[in-house]
Ligand binder design. Structure first.
Ligand SMILES: CC(C)(COP(=O)(O)OP(=O)(O)OC[C@H]1O[C@@H](n2cnc3c(N)ncnc32)[C@H](O)[C@@H]1OP(=O)(O)O)[C@@H](O)C(=O)NCCC(=O)NCCS
Length: 394
């Protein structure tokens, strides 16, 4: 009887509203994603990552002068300290790229003069530094592990193009830069997802932004969250060809395993970002001379959805990681950098959320997160367990 009266727990907080926010709205039933009032489709088609970052941090789209000043500020903050580069050079070459990024965030904190300043102005300065430096850490690590010297950031290039430049040593053409920029716009913010919640939870303790962001990077690394884009590409590589897609889908469902890139905790429709990424994956596949990965993704989406419906009697939808995998692959991004690339974008959203959390941007007053749990462990009797001395324990 008592069991029946207990509320449903361990549901991963699905459907539980835990805070107000002014930053973004994910309308799961309608399949809409809105950053500070603007539809993601409009932002992807008509703004840049720098504009979207400004919007997330300063609550309005910049005018021409504001955008120029903001871009200059970001460009001026791209370099990372020589000590951080030197530390990266001491890491084993096979270290996980997300672990390197997380460690890089903590190392950067040691060099930030604002780290003990709890003002809003300092939080914004630190956020801008983190946003500017994320691509530099990721690109530097890829060069270092391949026995190459890191490429110094260019202050002439936009944020997205500069990342590709630091990664390859060559300036990307306009189309590649634009595609990367749109990817960054699409991944910049997504409300209270796992990593953002992690960042906000840490920020609610008044720990500094580097601590909050390091927690978020750790959360994003998991395969059920940002790590899914890597798992999608591994899955496509494992399948290998179009004619093996159907057998793979059946094999996964038979074994009770998931198909990465399908399913979402909030959307009951296709993820609107997937619809923007799919044609970009096709275009970049064509450009690279290899459309197989895009075509396999398309077939996997169709077959996976149909088989899910057949077996479970309900629908499943594509999420953001599904087509970003084949798109990044076609652009020559190393597979294990797909999730760090997600972080290069999401650092904007995390920063906006950390600042909203510190300064109660959408709440009456800042409040430390402290949920409760039901203890269902032992008491060894009606009261508590009697502690036996070590020597007497069986
Ligand atoms: C994202 C995800 C964690 C959302 O989880 P959720 O909404 O809580 O859904 P659940 O994991 O509880 O799954 C609900 C049901 O759908 C099934 N399901 C969910 N995603 C699935 C997938 N990708 N492939 C196959 N089955 C899936 C589950 O097995 C479960 O089936 P059941 O009801 O018979 O037990 C989940 O869809 C998933 O693991 N997807 C793959 C990883 C991924 O792409 N992550 C990126 C998210 S942006």
């Amino acid at each position: 009887m008592e069991e029946e009266c207990r509320p449903m727990l361990n549901t991963g907080l699905r459907g539980v509203v835990i805070a107000d926010t002014r930053i973004s709205d994910v309308q799961g039933a309608a399949g809409k994603l809105i950053y500070r009032g603007y539809l993601i489709q409009d932002l992807a088609n008509r703004t840049s990552f720098e504009e979207v970052t400004y919007l997330l941090l300063f609550e309005k789209l910049p005018n021409i002068a504001e955008l120029k000043a903001f871009k200059d500020q970001l460009a001026a903050e791209r370099d990372i300290p020589a000590e951080v580069i030197a530390a990266l050079k001491t890491r084993p070459k096979n270290a996980l790229a997300m672990d390197i990024l997380q460690a890089g965030v903590c190392l950067l904190a040691h060099h930030d003069p604002d780290v003990a300043d709890q003002s809003r102005e300092a939080a914004l300065r630190m956020a801008i530094r983190l946003i500017a430096k994320f691509p530099t850490i990721v690109a530097a690590w890829d060069r270092i592990r391949n026995d190459k010297e890191p490429v110094k950031p260019s202050s002439e290039l936009d944020h997205a193009a500069n990342f590709l430049y630091m990664l390859t040593g060559a300036e990307p053409d306009i189309e590649a830069g634009r595609v990367m920029d749109t990817c960054l716009v699409l991944h910049a913010e997504h409300s209270f997802n796992a990593s953002t919640f992690a960042a906000r939870e840490v920020a609610s303790t008044r720990a500094h932004i580097y601590a909050a962001v390091a927690a978020a990077v750790g959360s994003l690394s998991g395969e059920l969250h940002g790590g899914a884009n890597v798992r999608v590409m591994e899955m496509l590589s494992e399948i290998g060809s179009l004619d093996k897609v159907e057998a793979y889908v059946n094999q996964q469902f038979d074994a009770g395993l998931k198909i990465f890139g399908l399913g979402h905790a909030v959307y009951d429709t296709d993820d609107p970002r997937a619809h923007i990424l799919a044609p970009m994956s096709k275009t970049m596949g064509e450009r690279s001379g290899e459309t197989k990965w895009y075509e396999m993704s398309q077939l996997l989406e169709k077959t996976g959805k149909a088989e899910f419906k057949k077996r479970k009697g309900k629908d499943i939808y594509v999420n953001v990681d599904f087509y970003s995998a084949s798109l990044y692959y076609a652009m020559g991004i190393p597979m294990d950098l797909f999730t760090p690339l997600f972080a290069i974008s999401r650092i904007s959203g995390w920063s906006a959320h950390v600042i909203e959390e510190y300064f109660a941007g959408a709440a009456p007053k800042p409040m430390l997160y402290r949920p409760e749990s039901d203890y269902i462990g032992d008491y060894c009797g009606p009261d508590v367990c009697e502690l036996e001395p070590l020597a007497e324990r069986g």
